[in-house]
Structures are given as structure tokens and as C-alpha cells.
Design a protein around this ligand. Sequence first.
Ligand SMILES: [Zn+2]
Length: 310
Amino acid sequence: MADNRLQNESFVRQKTLGKAVHLDGIGVHGGQKAVVTLHPAEANHGIVFRRVDIAGPNNLIPARWDQVVNTNLCTVIGSDAGLTISTVEHLMAALAGCEIDNVLVDIDGPEAPIMDGSSAPFVDLIVSAGSRSQDVPRRALQIQQAIEIDDGHKHLSIQPHKYLSVDFQLEFENSGLASGHLAVNLVNGTFNKSIGPARTFGFRSDIEALQAAGYGLGGSLDNALVVDGETILNEGGLRFKDEFVRHKILDCVGDFYLAGGPVLGQIKAIRAGHALNNALLRKIFATPGACRWVNMLQSEQQASPAFAAA
Ligand SMILES: [Zn+2]
């Protein structure tokens, strides 16, 4: 399709992996072992998960906002046939950060492994595979008008912007340590350096109830930060002094990559999480004129500065 935006600038091309790569780990909620294999895929394939422990052909789940079936504590995607894969957001964030468009993700169980609780192991895996440019322009979802959503004291909005940026306000009554504010422009590979290594977290006081409800069964100090008031229980401490809000931005980047491609817009979040991220995507696609698909320009992923004024 013709795109009459700036013609003196080159379009970005779609990318896939240079070769297949795999890793294994355990699911943070179910606690079961899982092997993940990332395969290169042709242009316009998108990111598609495949449950290889289930016989085909109905074992494919496209990584898309309209396949999200649950957002309680993590993002779960599901197929029309009722198969699900939980906790896809940290892998999705790594694929977004590495600007990979086309990949087939094989997984031999119902939950992606948590690894160290961040996206860094997935980023390392993708980097180890190398990437291959494809002869088709990269498609980005350009936000055309402001869309917002409120749920009690949680708020999430997006407005038109040249590239993806996220401004996140995280507030906890029971922990000043875990609270924080950060604004980041997701350009120039900033995700991989400054957001990807931030780990997921939980409060010590919530663990018992969480596990009684069947969540966090694979959780440990090896794959999550555990906070007790103003104290971190993990021996090595924090990777960033504001690691908590960085992880919330990581989740946001992963959830929004379920748009089906990179999003060009400025996100503002207050206490938002997986549920609101998916609700905003649904509202964007349900609102006439709120967005359009465009061929992505170089300046939409290479721009400065990385950190907006916080
Ligand atoms: Zn997360």
C-alpha cells in the first residue's frame, strides 16, 4: 500500500531471527518446566506461539491482543480451540526490544518460563540467534487520537507520538521503595539496556494468599524481587534503584507488542497492569479513527533522547 509520509527517509524493513534458538526454565505460576524454541519465520508471519506438546493443526496461538483470555497477574493468550499459554509478556517485550517481527515460538507446555524474572535472558537468546532483514517494510501501529481508560485509582492513556514512549507512575501505600516514576522513549535499543533487565516483583505479605490461589508456585528469590515494606529480601539487592517501575514499563512494552507490531504513541500509566494494557488495546481497535497501520520510518525507532524528563 502506498504511504505518503516523508519520502526522503527510508522505511525500516521487517526482521526475523538468523537461526533457531532455545532455552528452558520453569513457569513462575504453575511451577512446571518448559522448553522454548524460537524459529525464524517469513515476512508478514508475525509472532505466533505453538503448543508443541499438543498435536496440530489447532495448536497455534497468534500473539495478538484479541487472543488475550486472562490478565490476572500475567498475560495469557489462548486459541479458539481452548489452548492457552501464560506469562508471555516478558518474551514479547524482548522481541519488541530486539525489533523482531516474525518468529514462531514453540513451547512444550502452558506457561512461558520465568527465567530470572526479567526479559534479559530472552534478549540474550534473541541476540545470540542474530537477525535477518526481510524485503518487506515493517508495519507500525500509529496512534491517531488520544484514548484513555480508568479503573478506580488506575489510569492508562495513549496519545499520538513520533515513537513509543512510556511514562509510568507506580504507587504503593505499603512500600515507598517499590513506588516510583519513570518516563522512557523506547528508541535506540534503550529497552535492552535499561528496561529489559528489570525483574518482576512481589510483596512478602501476598505470597501465602497467592500460592493458596494457585499462583506463584514456581516463584523464588531466583526469579522475582520480594519486598517486605522498605526491605528487599534478595541477597544481591536491586539491579536499578527504580527496578520496580522499570519492570512495569517492561510489562507495558510486552503487552503492547500484542498490538501486532510496534506502537507509535505516548503511553501514560498510573498503577496500570496487564488488564488495563489489554483493555486499552481493545479500545484503540474498537474506536474508529484511533489508529492506522503505517510503514515504519527509520526515525521512529532511532531518535533521541532515550529518557524523557521524569
Ligand atoms: Zn512482568
